[in-house]
Design a protein around this ligand. Structure first.
Ligand code: ARG
Length: 580
C-alpha cells in the first residue's frame, strides 16, 4: 500500500472540508470538482454546482469557501460566477515529492485489491496466421492485465484460441491425402505453411464434392474421438500454440501456455448449455436451430436478431461456446469482472451473450461482464490493412518492418552501439513503436498503420518516450548523487511545480485507465510527463544548479520522472532502456 497522499487528493479534501463548513449539512459531501488549471494550480467548480442546486448565490458560497481554504494554507481566488482558483504552497509540493521519492509505488494505491478479473484476449486461430486484429487484442488486453494487476486486482488471463470447428475435419482430411505436405517444426514459418494448406483445403472442398464428403466424415471422426484424427488435431494445436508463444515472446505479451483456453475446452459443456437454456425457457427453436433473443436487438427490418446456440445441422454456434466461458469464469474462477477484448464488430454478439447468460441465471448481477471493443487497423488507403496483394498482414512482418524503420532512424544519426547492442535497441524500440501506436489511439477508433510515424523520435510515440526516459537516466548517471534529501523550504520554479503536479497525477490516471479500460489515457499522461520534464529541464539547470539544495530538489524530480516513465511504460508492456 502507498502512504503518499497526492497533492490533488489534498486539495480535494481541503475543498470538501471547506464546502462542509460553509454549506448546510445535507449538501456536504458533494463532489468538489477539482481539476488542473492554467490559471492557478487547480480549479474547483464544486461551489458553483452545489450553490445552484441549493438555490443560494454561488459567488457568496465561493467567497466563503475561498476564505476557508486560505486558512488551511491554499491561496484561493474566486473568479467568474463562482470558480475557485487554488494555488498550492511550494512546501506542500516539495513534501509530496519527498514522500513519493521513498515510495516504491509512486503514490499509486492498490485500489483494485480483492477484485478478481478474468480477461479474455488475443484469441488467434489454430492453423491460421495471426493478423493485425489479433495484434490489437493482444496489445490492449495485455496493457489492461498489467494495469489492473498493478492496482492490486487478481487477474486471470484467458487466451480463447480458435482450436475447434468443422474446418479442422477438412484440414486434417487434406493433410491425410497429401502426406508430403510439410508444415511441422518450421518455427515461425509453421503458421504460414499451415495457412497455405488450409486455403488449399478450402479450394478443394469447394471444388470437389467427394473430398467435401470425406471432410465431413472427418469432422464426425474428430468429434467422436477417433484416435488417428485426434492425434493430427493435437499436433495442429500444439504447433500453432508454439508459434503463438513465439510471437508473444517477441512482442513481450504476458500470455503463456498456462493461459490457453481454447474453444475445444468447452465441447463437453455445450449440449448441457443448450438443454438448460431450453428447459429454462430462455432459448426457443426457430427454423430447426436453437436461438435466444435479446430485448431491443433488432435487425434493420425491425425483426429480432437471434443468437444461435445450436445450428440447424446440430453443430454449436459461438453463442454456445461464449456462454460456456461465462459459466466457467463465474463458477470456477469466481470472477467479479469478465472482460472480452474483441473487435468492435462483435458488439452485438456479446450484448446477446451477456443478456442470455443473465436470463439463464449464469451471470449474477454482482458479476460485471463487459465487451472491450477496439477499432480496425487501416492501411494508408483508409481501408482495412492488407498486403499489396490483398492478403492479411502477418504480425511477424509488421514487427520486421518496424524494426527496419528504427534501424534506419538510428543509422541516420550518430550512435556508439556495438552491433549486438544495436540489435537489442532495434528490437526494443521497434516493439515499442508498434505497441504504443496501437495503445495511444482511442481504443474504439480505427487507426492507420504508418510505420514511419510510429518510429518518429518526436511527438506522441513510444520511441519518443523511450528517448525521454533514457535522457533522464543519463542525467541521473552523470550526476551520480544519491537522490533522497529534499529541502521543502526552497521556492519552487513554475516549471518544477508543473512537473511535480504532473507526476502527482499518476495514481488518478491509472484509476481512470482501470475504470474506462482505455490505455490511451496512460499514453497521453506519459507524454505529458515527458513534455513537462522537457520544459523543466530547459528552465531549470540540474547539474549546474545554483546550490546543492536546489540540485538535490531537481534531481529528486528527475528521479521521479524516470521512475514514473519506466513504470508507466512497463504497464503498457513497453521496455524502458537506460540507453537509446
Ligand atoms: N478467435 C476469434 C477470432 O480470431 C476471436 C475470439 C474472441 N474471443 C471470444 N471469447 N469470443 O476472430
Amino acid at each position: 500500500m502507498t502512504d503518499v497522499v497526492a497533492i490533488f487528493a489534498q486539495v480535494e479534501a481541503a475543498v470538501s472540508a471547506a464546502l462542509a463548513q460553509v454549506l448546510p449539512a445535507e449538501l456536504a459531501g458533494t463532489d468538489p470538482v477539482v481539476r488542473r488549471s492554467d490559471r492557478a494550480d487547480f480549479q474547483a467548480n464544486g461551489a458553483l454546482a452545489v450553490a445552484k442546486k441549493a438555490g443560494v448565490p454561488a459567488h457568496a458560497v465561493a467567497t466563503d469557501v475561498a476564505q476557508e481554504l486560505w486558512s488551511s494554507g491554499f491561496k484561493t481566488l474566486c473568479s467568474g460566477p463562482g470558480f475557485l482558483n487554488i494555488t498550492v504552497p511550494d512546501g506542500v509540493v516539495w513534501s509530496a515529492v519527498a514522500a513519493r521519492l521513498t515510495d516504491a509505488r509512486l503514490g499509486v494505491a492498490a485500489r483494485r485489491a480483492g477484485e478478481r478479473v478474468v480477461i479474455d484476449y488475443s484469441a488467434p486461430n489454430v492453423a491460421k496466421e495471426m493478423h493485425v486484429g489479433h495484434l490489437r487484442s493482444s496489445v490492449i488486453g495485455d496493457a489492461l492485465v498489467r494495469v489492473l494487476s498493478h492496482l492490486g486486482a487478481d487477474v486471470v488471463r484467458q487466451n480463447h484460441i480458435g482450436d475447434w470447428g468443422t474446418q479442422f475435419g477438412m484440414l486434417i482430411q487434406y493433410l491425410d491425402e497429401h502426406p508430403d505436405a510439410s508444415w511441422k517444426g518450421q518455427g515461425a514459418e509453421t503458421m504460414s505453411a499451415l495457412d497455405v494448406l488450409y486455403k488449399a483445403a478450402r479450394v478443394e472442398f469447394e471444388a470437389n464434392p467427394a473430398f467435401a464428403d470425406r471432410s465431413r466424415s472427418r469432422v464426425v471422426a474428430l468429434q467422436s474421438g477417433d484416435e488417428a484424427t485426434v492425434a493430427v488435431w493435437r499436433d495442429l494445436v500444439a504447433e500453432s500454440e508454439r508459434a503463438f508463444e513465439a510471437i508473444y515472446a517477441r512482442l513481450g505479451i504476458l500470455l503463456d501456455d498456462g493461459d490457453f483456453d481454447g474453444e475445444s475446452r468447452y465441447n463437453d459443456a455445450l449440449p448441457g448449455i443448450v438443454e438448460e437454456l431450453v428447459a429454462k425457457g430462455v432459448a426457443t427453436e426457430s427454423d430447426g436451430a436453437v436461438v435466444t433473443f435479446t430485448e431491443g436487438v433488432l435487425n434493420p427490418d425491425g425483426d429480432p436478431v437471434p443468437l444461435i446456440v445450436r445450428k440447424k445441422d446440430g453443430g454449436f454456434g459461438y453463442g454456445a461456446t461464449d456462454l460456456a466461458t461465462i459459466r466457467l469464469r463465474v463458477e470456477e474462477y469466481k470472477a467479479d469482472r469478465i472482460l472480452y477484448v474483441v473487435d468492435a464488430r462483435q458488439a452485438l454478439h456479446f450484448k446477446m451473450v451477456f443478456d442470455t447468460a443473465r436470463q439463464a441465471g449464469w451471470l449474477p448481477e454482482s458479476v460485471h461482464a463487459q465487451h472491450v471493443p477496439f477499432g480496425t487497423v487501416l492501411g494508408k488507403d483508409g481501408r482495412p490493412f492488407k498486403t499489396r496483394s490483398g492478403k492479411t498482414v502477418r504480425l511477424a512482418d509488421l514487427l520486421d518492418d518496424a524494426e527496419n524503420a528504427v534501424r534506419a532512424v538510428l543509422e541516420a544519426r550518430e550512435h556508439d552501439f556495438t552491433p549486438d547492442e544495436l540489435s537489442v535497441v532495434v528490437h526494443v524500440a521497434g516493439t515499442a513503436a508498434i505497441k504504443y501506436a496501437d495503445l495511444s489511439n482511442t481504443r474504439t477508433k480505427d487507426y492507420v498503420f504508418d510505420v514511419d510515424q510510429m518510429v518518429a523520435t518526436t511527438g506522441n510515440t513510444g520511441v519518443y518516450l523511450q528517448y525521454a526516459h533514457a535522457r533522464v537516466a543519463s542525467i541521473l548517471r552523470k550526476a551520480g548523487d544519491a537522490v533522497g534529501h529534499l529541502d521543502a523550504t526552497l521556492p519552487a520554479h513554475a516549471a518544477e511545480k508543473d512537473l511535480a503536479l504532473t507526476l502527482d497525477a499518476f495514481d488518478a490516471t491509472l484509476r481512470d485507465v482501470a475504470e474506462t479500460l482505455e490505455p490511451h489515457r496512460l499514453c497521453g499522461y506519459l507524454y505529458d510527463v515527458a513534455t513537462a520534464f522537457t520544459r523543466f529541464y530547459e528552465a531549470c539547470p540540474v547539474l549546474k544548479a545554483d546550490s546543492p539544495a536546489e540540485r538535490a530538489n531537481r534531481l529528486a524530480l528527475c528521479d521521479l520522472t524516470r521512475r514514473t516513465l519506466a513504470t508507466g511504460l512497463d504497464l503498457l508492456g513497453i521496455a524502458a532502456p537506460e540507453r537509446l
